[in-house]
Design a binder for this molecule. Structure first.
Ligand SMILES: Nc1nc2c(ncn2[C@@H]2O[C@H](COP(=O)(O)OP(=O)(O)OP(=O)(O)O)[C@@H](O)[C@H]2O)c(=O)[nH]1
Length: 197
């Protein structure tokens, strides 16, 4: 089954105080690290951002939000809408250490579900989850009805949760799922990058 990898890069980076996708780890912007990994592993890679000029120079294929200004639910919606393939791995632009075998594992479990979503620290991880295009009507409904909290999409989606115990076979979930979204996380990511990049 072919998979589209979608990088969401339409946020405000208010915690980092500069565009976190451009934070440098091991000499490269986090966005470039993710883009390279996605292009190597997925059948198609797309980036969802309303600022295409930032990412075009990296050679990214960019689509904007169809519902601009509504946050990450709109980013996932645009990713699924624009993806060439039915299966879409959607990830934030601040996760340099995602494990691609883990993504294959999520994909292997999609058959009977609209999406497969990891759970870490008792929280679903919608921004590192595998979605089918069958999610689109639910996402459109959420956006049209002002239901913009990411976690609420799962009230209506037929989803499979992958518990932390199963994620651990791919490495330390706290590192694999690390969000480099503030200065503290950036320093930590720079310290452990050698093990991943
Ligand atoms: N396409 C798109 N992506 C978004 C949008 N809002 C957030 N994202 C992305 O979703 C991921 C998670 O976003 P957050 O970390 O919760 O928010 P953020 O605005 O990027 O950062 P903070 O302002 O620090 O919360 C990041 O990769 C963002 O770039 C949006 O409106 N559209």
């Amino acid at each position: 089954m072919k998979i589209t990898g979608a990088i969401l890069a339409g946020g405000k980076s208010s915690r980092m105080k500069f565009n976190k996708a451009l934070a440098v780890i091991s000499g490269e912007p986090v966005f470039k690290i993710i883009l390279d990994k996605f292009q190597l592993n997925f059948d198609e890679t797309i980036t969802i951002s309303n600022e295409p000029e930032i990412y075009r120079d990296f050679g990214a294929v960019i689509y904007s939000d169809i519902y601009p200004g509504l946050g990450p639910v709109a980013g996932i919606h645009s990713a699924l809408f624009n993806a060439r393939y039915d299966r879409v791995f959607v990830m934030g632009c601040d996760m340099p250490f995602m494990n691609m075998e883990l993504v294959s594992f999520l994909s292997d479990h999609l058959q009977d579900y609209d999406c497969v979503v990891p759970m870490l620290d008792n929280k679903l991880q919608p921004l590192s989850a595998l979605y089918s295009k069958s999610c689109l009507p639910v996402l459109t409904g959420c956006l049209e009805n002002d239901k913009l909290k990411l976690i609420r999409i799962f009230e209506e989606l037929n989803h499979l949760v992958i518990p932390e115990m199963q994620l651990a076979q791919f490495g330390d979930p706290r590192e694999i799922f690390m969000n480099v979204n503030d200065q503290t996380a950036l320093v930590l990511a720079q310290q452990i990058a050698g093990r991943y990049l």
